[in-house]
Design a binder for this molecule. Structure first.
Ligand code: GDG
Length: 479
């Protein structure tokens, strides 16, 4: 695969955000820094060998930018105005689709103007993707912001092979059917050749919505779209491709002596309690941070644990702060943390170390190493990469992962202590069980978990998806 002279590429990734952040130096010069996400790590090797391009928004409104090169990858910016960011991104993506797809934990808001902007912006992404794709190119579209792009792109460019991956859950039909534009979204997605989901249950929910809304025949792993006019019958694959992390790089960081020293320092700074518990999440209502705090606070007030036994470190990285629901969540969480620390903390020791910051990955790994118990209590989560990162960092085969059954990761990480975070008594009992777990059981469980994250890392994920994408195209060309 190669790049042609007219700015077209054989492999094109399309996502809401480009995988870079703009950095403005003290002297005012602007540069771009690669944002260290798993997706970039997964796709970087493919991008380089294929000389691919990445289409997305640069993160600032009203920026007119030409395509540019960053670390050997061509980035193709899509311009969004201030109003489009408000309606398409903060509105329809993060205040309609996000809560709807996460079991309506927060109420989704339905606004026609948001939808209209979502359609317009999706059309712009599809236009840009079409203009940078060579004849017969492979285009991989990412996530819920861009669900209409597959159909729009297929209409403009029937020659390209189109993959779509949904990073968040796909909700049960009873919930999905609330969406006033439910049929348009299904039609949009069905423009793809392969639609990937995190869990088998998400794919099943999608297939049911297809049957109910457009009446096409489905199989266990796909949809048969009947011939119509000029158009031949074709099959769309819809199944689970659970995403993962760059396992080796987390383990490599964890083995560095300076990071291990930092982990020991963290424990000393916390006052060397017997048990350090850790939560790491974007500050999002889907992550169950409030449920975790409630369980921890009750264990302290019951006298089942004391701050001598256990402290909780909660990293809550800032997220979507312009959306009202997120501002309200921050207030609620910080009120709860303040109450618990006020009731149970002392001058020398706080019950909860609450950190509303983003940290470098090195610090995250030091935290993972410092934590005896990792608490992942999401109320609904596509996958939850934090759970996998904790496991990848624990090359010492110690540490206990408490994992919500509502996170996609629970399908794979069966040797974690699985919990229903709504069951506060159950969560409390599981935390106590984790605290008391004998070393041999911790090791047995952690070994099984580590086997899983080594077998299915993010390179494995992307190569499986892309292989099935090229096979699906080949079989529909022959069909
Ligand atoms: C969506 C889906 C799905 C967080 N704080 C810091 C930091 N992080 C990193 C974590 C992890 C990532 O961000 C978060 O990934 P999650 O999977 O936990 O959650 P979402 O952001 O909601 O991601 C999710 C994912 O897409 C992939 O498909 O698993 O279900 O919701 O990598 O480590 N990283 C650093 N500093 C921080 O403060 N460096």
């Amino acid at each position: 695969m190669s790049r042609t002279d007219n700015g077209q590429f054989d492999f094109v990734v399309v996502s809401n955000r480009l995988p870079v952040d703009r950095v403005v130096a003290d002297d005012g010069t602007e540069t771009w820094k690669t944002s260290p996400g798993g997706l970039v790590t997964a796709l970087e090797p493919v991008m380089r060998s294929a000389d691919g391009a990445w289409v997305g928004w640069a993160g600032k409104p009203d920026l007119d930018l030409e395509p540019f090169d960053n670390d050997g990858i061509t980035l193709v910016p899509v311009r969004l105005s201030e109003g489009e960011v408000e309606r398409y991104y903060e509105g329809f993506s993060n205040d309609t689709l996000w809560p709807l797809y996460h079991d309506v934990i927060a109420p989704p808001r339905y606004h026609r103007e948001w939808w209209e902007t979502y359609v317009r912006v999706n059309a712009r992404f599809a236009d840009v993707a079409a203009s940078v794709s060579t004849h017969g190119a492979t285009v991989w579209i990412q996530d819920y912001h861009l669900q209409l792009v597959p159909r729009m792109l297929r209409a403009a460019r029937p020659d390209v092979t189109i993959g779509f991956f949904n990073h968040i859950p796909f909700p049960p039909y009873g919930i999905y059917s609330q969406l006033p534009w439910r049929t348009q979204i299904i039609d949009g997605l069905l423009g793809a050749d392969v639609i990937g989901f995190q869990r088998a249950g998400d794919a099943r929910n999608f297939l049911r919505a297809v049957r109910r809304l457009v009446g096409y025949q489905t199989t266990a792993t796909g949809v048969r779209i009947p011939a119509e006019g000029e158009r031949r019958e074709r099959t769309v694959v819809a199944k689970a491709y659970p995403i993962s992390i760059d396992t080796a790089s987390f383990e490599e960081l964890a083995r560095r002596p300076e990071i291990q020293e930092r982990a020991r320092q963290i424990r000393r700074d916390l006052g060397d309690p017997r048990t350090v518990m850790l939560g790491v999440d974007r500050l999002d209502y889907t992550k169950g941070i409030g449920h975790r705090l409630k369980a921890f606070g009750e264990l302290l007030s019951d006298g089942a644990i004391s701050t001598e036994d256990a402290v909780l470190v909660q990293v809550a990285s800032p997220s979507r702060e312009r959306v009202e629901t997120y501002r309200a969540l921050r207030d609620e969480i910080e009120l709860t943390v303040g109450r618990i620390n006020g009731d149970f903390g002392s001058i020398s020791r706080q019950a909860i170390n609450y950190l509303h910051h983003g940290y470098p990955r090195e610090e995250m790994v030091a935290l993972y190493l410092a934590a005896d118990i990792m608490l992942v209590t999401a109320l609904r989560d596509g996958m939850n990469l934090v759970a996998k990162e904790y496991v990848a960092a624990r090359y010492d085969e110690d540490g206990v992962l408490v994992l919500s059954e509502f996170a996609g990761a629970a399908d794979e990480l069966r040797s974690a202590l699985l919990v229903n975070p709504h069951d506060i008594d159950g969560l409390k009992a599981t935390i106590l069980r984790a605290m008391a777990m004998p070393a041999a059981e911790r090791r047995r469980r952690m070994r099984a978990l580590r086997r899983r994250v080594r077998e299915n890392d993010v390179q494995q994920w992307s190569s499986t998806f892309l292989r099935e994408l090229s096979e699906s195209r080949r079989s529909s060309d022959q069909g």
